[in-house]
Design a protein around this ligand. Structure first.
Ligand SMILES: Nc1ncnc2c1ncn2[C@@H]1O[C@H](COP(=O)(O)OP(=O)(O)O)[C@@H](O)[C@H]1O
Ligand SMILES: CC(=O)OP(=O)(O)O
Ligand SMILES: [Mg+2]
Length: 378
């Protein structure tokens, strides 16, 4: 069985995992790599690639955050694909540059190995027109490619599929609201296994309150900061992407710290926590309305998998919607895939650890098999 290396080059970390079939043959995480610029990522990757036994490698699968309009499926990397990913850097400034560094270093060090890009945006290409469009002049939107793309698709896809399995249902007959709460955070309404709508938009800045990103704001704030505050667009971009969200409200983007400070009565941390959780609740209510029937609400990623106080606060007071967490089932003693709602509740509330690396490996293998199939038939 051939082996696949998966690289998830994030804005501040590099996660890697080596798969032998669906078994993990090795994995690692290098954190806090972004501050010294791309050289940091290069050095981290070079050291990973030199420390791992890469014999018999069939492919490298890369997480690429923004695939724009162009990519609706995992794709073999060519010079042209790299150029397209580079063109999208302005729409994912924290992510696409790191993803590109990963691809370029892997290509240089493993020139004979197939590289596959797996896009965060691909899962959301099924969104209907009303979910994809913004209500601005259509000719302007078309000219500049302004639309909702959505992100964390690999995670929303994997987690919604696992949720259906956990409930013993077919994914095609299951409606799930997935809440990916990591450093970046997004909600997705998954209807019968397909993305109906998601909270991130043209870029990973829209939607929920995040570690360093504002999520939803009135666009007039940007005009005001420009016209009255005298900030230029790069400063506003930096403010909203890197100095907002939990860090802007309470000076820390680690939810563990926010919760500890809130428990100690800190006002800024309490406000940050409340805004974070109430924003989630608003999206859950909206997505329940848009789905019509909700079978499950599922929490995932660093905050979603680990922070019981966030789960409790985000879903508090939703019993009228059939949504409730049973505190005895969410007491912090359980881990792994689990149901935390009361028996017989109309909506199952679940925790499902995400596995973007496994999903990327599965999709990478699928591309290799599809690539080989035509020549084998000849
Ligand atoms: N036990 C925990 N309680 C609350 N938050 C946690 C816990 N463990 C991790 N986190 C949060 O998870 C976040 C990272 O999530 P992760 O999904 O790894 O993010 P990313 O992939 O975007 O870097 C951290 O910012 C941290 O605040
Ligand atoms: C798209 C995105 O926000 O990714 P991450 O959560 O890894 O920052
Ligand atoms: Mg992540």
């Amino acid at each position: 069985m051939s082996r696949i290396l998966v690289l998830n080059c994030g804005s501040s970390s590099v996660k890697w995992r080596l798969f032998h079939g669906s078994d993990t043959a090795g994995k690692g995480l290098v954190e806090r790599v972004g501050s010294g610029g791309p050289a940091d990522h290069e050095a981290a990757l070079a050291s990973i690639l030199s420390s791992v036994d890469l014999s018999g490698l069939a492919a490298v699968g890369h997480r690429v955050v923004h695939g724009g309009d162009r990519f609706s499926a995992p794709t073999i990397v060519t010079d042209e694909v790299i150029a397209a990913v580079r063109d999208l850097v302005p729409l994912a400034p924290l992510h696409n540059p790191a993803n590109l560094t990963g691809i370029e270093v892997a290509r240089r060090l493993l020139p004979d190995v197939t590289q596959v890009a797996v896009f965060d945006t691909a899962f959301h290409r099924t969104m209907p027109a009303w979910a994809r469009a913004y209500a601005i002049d259509t000719s302007v939107a078309d000219r500049w490619g302004i639309q909702r793309y959505g992100f964390h698709g690999t995670s929303h896809e994997y987690v919604s599929r696992r949720t259906a399995a956990l409930l013993g249902r077919e994914v095609t007959d299951t409606n799930v609201i997935t809440l990916h709460l990591g450093n970046g955070a997004s909600a997705c309404a998954v209807k019968g296994g397909r993305s109906l709508i998601t909270s991130m938009g043209m870029s990973p800045l829209e939607g929920l309150v995040m570690g360093t990103r504002s999520g939803d704001i009135d666009p007039t704030i940007i005009f005001h900061l420009r016209r009255v505050g005298g900030l230029d667009v790069d400063q506003i971009d930096e403010l909203l992407n890197r100095r907002s969200g939990l860090v802007g409200l309470a000076g820390d983007n680690d939810m563990r710290e926010i919760i500890a400070r809130r428990d100690a009565g800190d006002a800024a941390a309490t406000l940050a926590f409340d805004m974070y959780c109430q924003r989630i609740k608003g999206y859950v209510g909206a997505y329940a309305a848009l789905l019509g029937r909700v079978d499950a609400v599922t929490f995932t990623a660093g905050v979603g998998e680990n922070a019981a106080p966030v789960r409790a606060a985000a879903l508090a007071g939703l019993t009228a919607f059939g949504i409730a967490v049973d505190p005895d089932r969410d007491d912090g003693a359980r881990s792994g895939e689990r149901i935390i709602s009361p028996d017989g509740a109309p909506v199952a509330v679940c925790v499902v650890p995400t596995d973007e690396e496994l999903e990327i490996a599965i999709q990478t293998r699928g591309v290799l098999e599809a690539d080989r199939a035509p020549s084998e038939q000849r």
